[in-house]
Design a protein around this ligand. Sequence first.
Ligand SMILES: Nc1ncnc2c1ncn2[C@@H]1O[C@H](COP(=O)(O)OP(=O)(O)OP(=O)(O)O)[C@@H](O)[C@H]1O
Ligand SMILES: [Mg+2]
Length: 351
Amino acid sequence: MLAACGRDLPGNLFALPLTLTRDELAHYVTQDADSLEMSVTAEPLDDGVSLSGVQPKVGVILEGGRYVGRTKMQDTHIIAKLPVVGQALLPEVEELSLRLAGAAGVNVTEAHLEPLEMLAVEHGYDLGDVSRKTNFLAVIRYDRSPDGRVHCEDFCQVLGVMPENKYMGASYLEVASVLMEFPTLGEPAVHELLRRMVVNEMLGNPDMHLKNIGIYYPDGHTPELPPAYDIVAYAAYNKRMGHALHILPPELAVKPKMSVKDAQQSKAAKPGIGPAVIRKFCEELQIPEKPAAKVIRDTVKNAVLRWPDLIASSLLTETQKERLLTHFHAHPLVASLIRRQGKPAELDLSS
Ligand SMILES: Nc1ncnc2c1ncn2[C@@H]1O[C@H](COP(=O)(O)OP(=O)(O)OP(=O)(O)O)[C@@H](O)[C@H]1O
Ligand SMILES: [Mg+2]
C-alpha cells in the first residue's frame, strides 16, 4: 500500500522501503502464508500520488498551459477536483463557497475553475455527461512551494484519531485547545476557527471534520493555520444543518432553551453557534468572550453585505442560488442582524 502511494505524499513526508531480500519482503507481506506475487514491489510507484478525501480528484502540475500528471522531477502542486455525477455544478459550488468564505473574512485557499479540456491526465473516474468546457476546480496546494515541500498535518493526525472517526473523534473545542498551546496559533487561530464555523453554518456545510482542518509548518517547525479548504455550500443542493463536529464535547454542552420539536431536531444535528455556546467555549479556553463574539458578528455582517451579490452573479443554477439564499437568510444570526439593522445596504460595519 505504501508503495502504491508513491513518493508524492502530503506535506514533507517520504515513505521509503528498507533494503530487504525478496524472502524477507515475502515474510512481511504474506506472513509466510503465500509466495509473493511478482507485481508486489517495495519501491514507491513512479506515478503514485497520495491525496485523501472521498471526492474524485487528481494531483496535477500546470505545465505549458495544461494540467498534467506529476513528473519524476516535480511533485504535484495542484489538486484537480473533478465534476461529480448527481451533484450538479459541484466545482462551481465549491469555488463560490470559497469566495463567499473569503468575502466573510476567512483566509481561504486559492482555487480556480478550469475547463476539462485543459486537463491532460489519465484517471479512472466516471464523470458522467460532461463536455470539454465542463469545469473542474484547480485547488492550489499550500503544502508545496517553489522552494519545496511544506510539512502539514490534519487534525486526525494531530489528535491521533483514525480517519474513519473524522466526524466523531473530537470537538471543535478540542481542536481550539490544541491551537491555544502554540504561540504562533493561539487566540487569532481560534478566532479564525470560529469564523470558519459560522461560515459553514451560513453556507450549510456540515463537513468541517477533523481531516478538513489542518496545520502546516511554512518554516519547517513553527505551526501555523493554513488557508481553509474543502468548503462546499451544500445548502445549494438541499437543506443541510449542523456541524461535522460538536462545538463543545457532549459532557460540556449547554442546554439551549427550545421547544420539544426543536429539541428533537437538534438531537439529530449538532447544535450551532449561539451566545451560550460561545460563552462556554471561551470560558473553557480561557480567552475573552467579547473579541470572539465580535469576530462572529463581523463575519455575519460581512456575509450579509457581500454574499447576495456574489451568489446572484455566480454560475449556479437559479434554483441553487435560491436555496442557498434561503438557507443563508434563515440563519438566526443573519435573520436577527437584518431585522435589527434594516436593509443590508444600510449596515454600518463600524459598529
Ligand atoms: N489547498 C490545499 N493544499 C494542500 N492540501 C490540501 C488542499 N486542499 C485539500 N488538501 C488536502 O487534500 C485532502 C482532500 O481534499 P478535499 O478535502 O478538498 O477533498 P474531498 O474529497 O472533498 O474531502 P472530503 O472527503 O472531506 O469530502 C484534504 O483532506 C487535505 O489533506
Ligand atoms: Mg476534505
